[in-house]
Design a protein around this ligand. Structure first.
Ligand SMILES: Nc1nc2c(ncn2[C@@H]2O[C@H](COP(=O)(O)OP(=O)(O)OP(=O)(O)O)[C@@H](O)[C@H]2O)c(=O)[nH]1
Ligand SMILES: [Mg+2]
Length: 401
């Protein structure tokens, strides 16, 4: 039987309901069951238990006899977590970060992703290990016993510190390897395009539709964790499309930090497609994505893509965004044309003159240019072509005088 989770939703800021619905989706994405909600207006944060004494009593009553874990949909300090657990009859208390880390632990597939998640979990849990005896094991881990696991967390703090150091060292190595790989790729391929945006908006579906791949698509939050790159062509030129982890409102800073280096290399792109769900609260999604990108000091050109337009055929969107459905394929032609025109300055139209004796040398550059017209003259061929700026040096010997 899977774990049942009861939500405490603080009411503050603009859209507690959106945050709450996301918490429910997060619970389901973690493989647990949603058990109910208590909304709590927070006038003043109680440093000991976050919510006030009165609300705490009400909550204790509501949970009487229920076998549920309590999710506090915000960030708790270590002592608040411990106090809440005690006040609610030694119940397991998790906060939003713990839950998201738990899902990440479930999804991490690459060795780098696994290292990053374990490191983030340990760093987050480490200060929460002050508690004694029973409280300690309950504070460890999120839903179930994934991630570092309860037994491992019970080992002493020195052991955890050592593990953190080992993980950091190993991550450095994998980071270096990845950076070398990216550099190699950049040399081979023309332009890199990153798919970024809110979680569950259809980024992976779009990657599949554009590149004819078969990466995991799922109606779940954070289905994608590790960046995935696939090549595809527009007008005969190769582009590299990179799928990334989705963003979420109030994504804890420690998580952004944990994935900073992976995101950074994925975002080291020439163009970002910011994917939104046209059938969802796309304004919030867009705002969150833009502010997360700011936080990552991202400044490459971007193009807003409204996906799932098949579900919102009558909605009116800002005019500069591209409307598509990755599922039905509608609008993909226009999207490709927009991508090409955004990256246009990366290409140059040139005329080459290739003497017949140099044809073989020119032929070895096939694939790096697109021919528009060829005229065969007495001495050689005159070729009008489009060439990516990055290759202009290779073509220099053939430029028409
Ligand atoms: N109706 C409709 N559904 C879509 C479309 N694109 C994606 N979906 C669905 O939306 C859900 C999420 O799709 P994904 O491609 O996994 O989304 P994602 O942005 O990669 O999500 P994360 O990796 O979790 O951040 C899946 O159930 C898809 O089938 C679309 O154009 N129309
Ligand atoms: Mg995905």
């Amino acid at each position: 039987m899977s774990e049942a989770v009861y939500v405490i939703q603080p009411v503050e800021g603009e859209d507690p309901r959106v945050l709450h619905d996301e918490a429910v989706a997060l619970i389901e994405s973690a493989g647990a069951d949603y058990a109910g909600t208590l909304y709590q207006r927070i006038r003043e944060v109680n440093p000991a238990t976050y919510i006030g004494e009165g609300k705490l009593a009400e909550l204790r009553e509501r949970l009487e006899g229920l076998d549920v874990t309590v999710l506090f949909n915000g960030e708790l300090t270590p002592s608040q977590t411990a106090n809440l657990s005690k006040a609610l009859g030694d119940r397991k208390i998790i906060d939003r970060t713990t839950l998201i880390l738990d899902i990440f632990a479930l999804r991490a597939a690459s060795s780098e992703g696994k290292l990053q998640v374990e490191l983030a979990q340990l760093k987050y849990l480490y200060p929460r290990l002050h508690g004694k005896g029973g409280a300690l094991s309950r504070l460890g881990g999120g839903i179930g016993t994934r991630g570092p696991g309860e037994s491992k967390l019970e080992t002493d703090r020195r052991h955890i510190r050592a593990r953190i150091r080992t993980l950091e060292a190993r991550l450095k190595e994998t980071e270096l390897r990845r950076m070398r790989r990216t550099e190699r790729r950049k040399k081979e391929l023309v332009r890199t395009i990153a798919l970024v945006g809110y979680t569950n908006t259809g980024k992976s579906t779009l990657l599949n539709a554009l590149t004819g791949s078969d990466v995991l698509v799922k109606d779940a939050l954070f289905a994608t964790l590790d960046p995935t790159a696939r090549a595809f062509e527009i007008e005969g030129f190769s582009f590299l499309l990179v799928d990334t982890v989705g963003f979420l409102q109030a994504l804890p800073h420690s998580l952004i930090e944990a994935f900073h280096s992976t995101l950074e290399s994925a975002l080291n792109c020439d163009l970002a497609l910011i994917v939104c769900d046209a059938s969802g609260p796309y304004e919030t999604q867009l705002r969150t994505t833009l502010s997360t990108l700011d936080e990552l000091s991202f400044d490459a050109p971007r193009l807003v893509v409204m996906n799932k337009c098949d579900l919102a055929p009558y909605e009116i969107f800002p005019s500069d965004c591209v409307k598509i459905s990755a599922k039905t394929g509608a609008g993909l032609g226009e999207l490709k044309a927009r991508i090409f025109s955004e990256l246009k300055e990366a290409f140059r139209e040139t005329t080459f003159f290739v003497p017949y004796r140099d044809m073989a040398a020119f032929g070895s550059l096939r694939g790096l240019y697109r021919e528009k017209k060829a005229t065969y003259l007495e001495e050689g061929a005159e070729i009008e072509a489009i060439v990516p700026e990055v290759y202009s040096e290779k073509f220099a010997p053939f430029l028409k005088k």
